[in-house]
Design a protein. Structure first.
Length: 288
């Protein structure tokens, strides 16, 4: 597994803004784990792939929309490790975009299904049909959202030796946030859903984290910028300003929303002077 740049580094960001507010901001650079395989997507795939291999599977099947970082990552990992991959894609047969054509170049077999069928993807009858079509495979849930995915994400904080007061992370399914939540000591965890109506993230996290750990979690629901995959001009302006100032690229779907929210909270004095904050850069840059 030495294709991956792990453990990822932890770097402090410096600016007058942060000095003026008396907080330290550090970044866990999971975006640097791999150029094609988004950082947290590898974390979520790692133990799934180990389990597939242990069980003697040579074929991975997973699900996603046409813009899914998880689909891109699974295809790239399959190519890297020599494992066959099948992507069950929500959409019309033959639809093309950069994510899908690159996944295809990485050898992923594309299987398009209608929106209605896609909704049935977790049912036994649907999975049985897929097995009739493709033979035996190891199934990875959409977004890598599973116990094994959470276990991979526990390693994010396990790699960090410094003490922090708060951790910030973006969320789509809440799998990454769950892994972090399990490893919290005295820090609080601030979760920024990239979707509208993100309070379901807490319910997802309840499946994986006990109540003592969940009590340390705070959801910030106001930084979705219109919803999943949507952007707003002030968010894009923040992204380019952030790049200019800190020389770190953020992605449109997840990390720029988190960082915008975090800076807004700092601006509004939501942190004490002297607080040390660790923001997780979950990656996503291949989607930019
Ligand atoms: C997929 C993704 C997330 C969301 O992770 P979840 O574990 O689904 O909450 C966050 N950031 C980036 C860059 C992603 O690609």
């Amino acid at each position: 597994m030495n294709f991956f740049n792990l453990p990822s580094s932890v770097q402090q960001l410096k600016s007058k803004f942060l000095d003026d507010h008396g907080v330290e901001l550090w970044l866990k650079r999971d975006d640097l784990i791999h150029t094609e395989i988004s950082g947290n997507k590898w974390r979520k795939l790692k133990y799934n792939i180990q389990e597939a291999t242990n069980r003697g599977h040579h074929k991975l099947l997973t699900f996603g929309g046409a813009y899914s970082n998880h689909i891109a990552a699974t295809a790239a990992v399959g190519k890297l490790l020599g494992i066959q991959t099948i992507g069950v894609i929500r959409g019309d047969e033959g639809f093309e975009n950069k994510t899908l054509s690159e996944a295809k170049l990485n050898g992923m077999h594309m299987h398009f299904v209608s929106r209605a069928d896609y909704k049935l993807k977790t049912t036994e009858s649907f999975q049985h049909k897929l097995e009739e079509h493709f033979g035996e495979f190891y199934l990875i849930p959409e977004g890598g959202a599973s116990e094994l995915g959470v276990q991979g994400c526990e390693e994010i904080l396990q790699e960090v030796n410094l003490q922090f007061d708060a951790i910030a992370v973006s969320a789509g399914t809440g799998t990454t946030a769950s892994g972090i939540c399990r490893q919290l000591k005295n820090e609080k965890l601030i979760v920024f859903p990239a979707l509208k109506g993100g309070s379901f993230i807490l319910e997802e996290m309840e499946q994986y984290c006990d109540s003592t750990q969940l009590a340390k979690v705070q959801l910030q629901l106001e930084y979705h910028f219109g919803g999943y995959g949507k952007t707003k001009p002030e968010q894009l302006a923040f992204m380019s300003q952030f790049f200019k100032e800190y020389k770190v690229e953020l992605d449109k779907i997840y990390t720029s929303k988190m960082m915008f929210g975090l800076f807004d909270l700092i601006q509004k004095s939501a942190f004490k002077r002297g607080d040390k904050i660790l923001a997780i850069h979950t990656g996503g840059l291949q989607g930019n």
